[in-house]
Design a protein around this ligand. Structure first.
Ligand SMILES: [Zn+2]
Length: 457
């Protein structure tokens, strides 16, 4: 009669398989710190598992494995099912962007004989967490001739690093009286990038020296920053946390901790009744806007391409039918209950570390605002699916009703008519430069997505 949950490590779970899976995930985290890097690593992994560009096919048949890239920042992978897409597809949708600091269009300046980059933060961060820690610079510079310069500096062992300085405590009496939102302001997030002046220069000699280094190493000039996407991310790589190695600490678990299991789930799906779709989007952290976010028409386009190439007809009616009969696991993180900060959590409905995948019937804030509320019927199907496949899972809300809130891509997929529910890994220190998740939860999330792709729910 009673509903009781179990810590996953106390079940008969195969610890070796769990740890092996997390090794692959850790490498992915280190290679794919930005959305562009994630897309290129996903393509590499997908091709090694027999996936090919959708554009290579003129016709598609059951069992074909395809991918389509959305402007180098998003990607859809699909395994064509037995049934026509207009009978519904099974979608797992996650995002591959993460909170970070972007360089401003005019970033480079000198002050106090030190050189800096101006930044503009991306997504919901606690600004004070980004000072006094080693940072790396990743991204692209596109030159006027169309050439792409790839930049990835600050992650390898003897590589240089960058830092945003903070005020010494001795002189921080006034700073420490400020609210946490103002201790470090957006315009103080200036990245220290150099200190040696160029020879025989009087004004801005340090900046001049940096420009000549950039020109020599990357062939770029100051104006090239105007057509660049350069992102500042923590330089630390993923590591096991704790003497027992049960947790993983890393930058960008949100939402690679769902994107990677979703990817692995589709890469290990061979035959499926319904077409399996892995949707990996950009821009979730800033509202899923733009042509690479979940609000774009990319999913619709790729579904129509599939319907066209399988011969069922890419009509608008078929597309609407496909979306209306489809299911989606909106794969995003939840907040794990943190014993250090119990106040904003509601213990009976909180995400729990080591209790498997977390299902969130709804997200949102201020009375479910901005949320897609999964139906009781869908929740029943998910219960059946996960219970029948020995998936460890539990339900959670983000925190107390009036404590705050957050959103995911669920509402944008649900707006298309798709039956959608949020689920993913619960994270400690979410949106911090170094987040923590449980290895067991990561593996369970993979198992959950894999079972979803394999079933006609
Ligand atoms: Zn997030």
């Amino acid at each position: 009669m009673k509903y009781e949950l179990k810590n996953g490590w106390t079940t008969d779970i195969d610890k070796e398989i769990v740890c092996k899976f997390s090794e692959g995930y850790k490498s992915f985290l280190d290679i794919a710190k930005t959305e562009r890097e994630a897309v290129s690593e996903i393509v590499r992994l997908a091709e090694s598992c027999g996936f090919k560009p959708l554009s290579d096919y003129t016709t598609l048949k059951e069992g074909d494995k395809v991918y389509a890239i959305n402007k180098l920042k998003g990607i859809i992978l699909a395994v064509i099912g037995e049934k026509e897409a207009s009978e519904g597809v099974n979608i797992v949708g996650a995002h591959i962007d993460a909170p970070r600091l972007d360089l401003k269009p005019n970033p480079l300046y000198e002050d106090g004989e030190l050189a800096y980059f101006k930044t503009h933060y991306y997504g919901g961060i606690k600004k004070y967490q980004w000072t006094a820690l080693p940072l790396a610079l990743h991204g692209v510079v596109i030159k006027t001739n169309g050439e792409t310069v790839n930049v990835k500096i600050g992650d390898e062992g003897d590589d240089i690093t960058f830092v945003i300085t903070d005020l010494l405590p001795h002189l921080a009496r006034e700073q420490m009286k400020k609210p946490a939102t103002e201790i470090i302001e957006g315009e103080s997030l200036n990245l220290l990038i150099g200190s040696i002046p160029a020879d025989e220069e009087e004004k801005d000699a340090v900046k001049t020296n940096i420009l000549s280094i950039l020109n020599e190493k990357y062939g770029i000039c100051e104006e090239d920053f105007l057509s660049a996407e350069l992102e500042i991310v923590p330089s630390a790589n993923a590591k096991d946390v704790g003497f027992d190695r049960g947790l993983i600490g890393a930058y960008g678990h949100d939402d690679r901790v769902c994107a990677y299991p979703a990817l692995m789930a589709i890469l290990t799906t061979d035959a499926c009744e319904k077409t399996a779709v892995c949707l990996l989007t950009d821009k979730e952290e800033v509202g899923s806007m733009g042509n690479t976010g979940a609000r774009s028409d990319f999913l619709k386009l790729i579904l129509m391409e599939i319907m066209d190439k399988t011969g069922e007809g890419a009509t608008e009616l078929n597309l609407l039918r496909a979306l209306d009969k489809s299911y989606c696991l909106s794969a995003d993180v939840s907040a794990a209950f943190d014993p250090n900060f119990p106040a904003p959590y509601e213990k009976r409905n909180a995400g729990k570390t080591n209790y498997g995948i977390t299902v969130a019937k709804y997200t949102g804030a201020g009375g479910k605002s901005g949320s897609s509320d999964a139906s009781a019927e869908l929740m029943a199907k998910i219960r059946t699916l996960f219970n029948n496949n020995n998936i460890l899972w539990h339900v959670a809300e983000l925190g107390k009703v009036d404590a705050g809130g957050g959103g995911t891509i669920a509402q944008y997929v649900a707006n298309l008519g798709v039956e959608t529910v949020d689920c993913g890994v619960s994270v400690l220190s979410m949106h911090a430069p170094y987040e923590v998740v449980s290895k067991l939860d990561v593996y369970m999330t993979y198992k959950a997505f894999h079972s979803f792709f394999g079933e006609n729910i």
